[in-house]
Write a protein that binds this ligand. Sequence first.
Ligand code: P6P
Length: 333
Amino acid sequence: MRINQVISLSQFIADQQSKHPEASGDLSKIFRDIKFAAKIVNRDVRKAGLVDVLGAHGTVNVQGEEVKKLDMLANEEFKSSLTLGGDCCAIISEEEEDIHHIETTLNVNSKYIIAMDPLDGSSNIDVNASIGTIFSVYRRISPIGEPVTMEDVLQKGTNQVAAGYIIYGSSTMMVITTGQGVNAFTLDASIGDFCLSHPDIKIPKDGKIYSINDGNYDRFESGVQQYVDYCRNSTVKEAYSARYIGSMVSDFHRNLLKGGIFMYPASSDAPNGKLRLMFESNPMAFITEQAGGKATTGAERILDLEPTEIHQRNPVFMGSPDMVDKLESFIKG
Ligand code: P6P
């Protein structure tokens, strides 16, 4: 046994792949490509402020949201790495209106599709708060070699082959699941690789942290308001804490490790909420459930939702199972 045995992300994926003799190794290559882009985005995020990558890109995306320069940089980095890697036949991105088909000879004959939010939490970029990348991996449904269809990219969350996020915070960490639990890898810049730092993460069954944009309180349905009141009025002994940074990856990651509930409900001015099913809800719901948590719209399991549009939104409640159950009890009255 080597002292301080370090397990790299690549080694970990290879070990997991070896448990599945039928595996082709293509998924390992998808992680290779995501890891490469993540290191480049990490470099760009870390030097933001020193070079002209802060601020607005001068355009708005399909969501009608102001695009930041780093958003577009990150989007291009992940598209480029996945294209050069040759194992991804299409990408859907929060920053792209439609399917991005990858039609090089290698990619056209590959079977994996990526759904990604290349840089989530843009509003925090210019104020040096942590941000992240979120991704899902799906296997195409239509025959390999044929043009990717809408059916290929609009798959239920239960069809995810893998999901993960990279958090560019006090350290840069990649948290992933391939359906066999949740593991986190911290970037060791001295060796330029992600190393296993949090094996087999399980979210605490209950918690005291609730994360929600309280500014929307008056526009929430009464069940959600009642749950927020329940948390606010908790006794000193039970004292709940409100923690919300406005960057889903950061709020999610804290609650995953400490226990808590992350909420982005529907509201009177946003009847489906704000977060995107394909780019935020599904990958984070997969990770939540693999860590022993619950992820619902308040009415149904997120992973069971049937997507109908690339950029569709849904209400989000995810985290410690006892907290999600309590929230749902208020919604169900
Ligand atoms: P609000 C960031 O823009 C984001 O998509 C998520 O990362 C975050 O949880 C949410 O929006 C914050 O939205 O309306 O509270 O600022």
